[in-house]
Design a protein around this ligand. Structure first.
Ligand code: SF4
Length: 267
């Protein structure tokens, strides 16, 4: 229920978390599943398709694939199987932004919504925090491919997104200037062709070796200064978070809920 309002709506988004991630950010709040590898259940492509259909039966607004890229081939097959068996809701590709443009081209029409990060402008920070010095260059190429694939944002009569790109940017401690460079760039390049989601839910890691990120972003200066900048340059398509979001309440249990087969599977 905690995604952007046009993704979650009243019914919620049907999230499917994949074990592993193509980045390894030192501050990852989902590290149990993304980095540490101690959560996750092996399933078949057929079972994945069934899960998509079960989420649709539960009235989810969409299927929300979280850190999906290293399973792109299997996901494409599962989407085709699920579509053949009655899946009609949009597929959301919820990713780090560090993607190969070729992967996005490969996914083609099978993805309707990209919910993608744009994390860093500065090469050194990308290297220190996510071991991906070339993050910016790759993220721009991937984002160009995403916008080309899905086109302008479209919504249904209830304001739920059916197609489009939402770029998420998490404001990191001491990183407001970098955030402004990213936001300015995105606005110049895509204008109202995408939505921006500026986030303050940064949770300081317990064991990071970098002291500058062991604190939360200070809402009243760093986060607000980024929001004010977005307003100044005239960004219309914007989501932002209100106070009190820096907590562990956003972290799922990763207890396998919904992954194992139930009696009412539909394929
Ligand atoms: S991209 Fe997201 S899920 Fe992956 S390691 Fe970084 S913060 Fe975690």
């Amino acid at each position: 229920m905690w995604e952007e309002p046009c993704i979650s709506g009243k019914n919620g988004s049907g999230t499917v978390f994949f074990t592993g991630c193509n980045l390894g950010c030192v501050y990852c709040q989902n590290r149990r599943i993304s980095r540490d590898g101690d959560a996750g259940i092996s399933i078949s492509v057929k079972r994945l398709a069934e899960i998509f259909l079960e989420l649709q039966q539960k009235k989810a607004n969409n299927i929300n694939l979280v850190t999906p890229t290293h399973y792109a081939v299997q996901i494409k097959e599962a989407v085709h199987t699920a579509r053949d068996n009655g899946l009609t809701i949009p597929i959301v590709y919820n990713c780090s932004g560090y993607e190969l443009a070729e992967t996005i081209e490969y996914l083609g029409d099978d993805i309707q919504i990209y919910l993608t990060d744009f994390k860093y402008w500065d090469r050194q920070k990308a290297k220190e925090y996510s071991f991906a010095e070339n993050y910016r260059a790759e993220a721009i190429k991937a984002l160009d491919a995403m916008v080309k694939n899905v086109g302008e944002p479209e919504f249904d009569e209830n304001g739920i997104m059916q197609r489009g790109v939402i770029v998420r940017h998490l404001v990191l401690p001491g990183n407001a200037a970098d955030s402004m460079k990213i936001i300015g760039f995105l606005h110049r390049r895509y204008c109202d062709g995408i939505y921006l989601s500026i986030m303050n839910q940064y949770t300081p890691p317990i064991d990071a070796k970098l002291p500058e990120i062991l604190r939360k972003s200070t809402e009243k200066d760093e986060y607000d200064s980024v929001l004010e900048y977005a307003d100044e340059i005239g960004i219309n398509n914007l989501f932002y978070q209100e106070g009190g979001t820096v907590s562990e309440s956003f972290i799922p249990d990763f207890d396998g809920f919904g992954v194992l087969k139930t009696n009412d599977t539909v394929i």
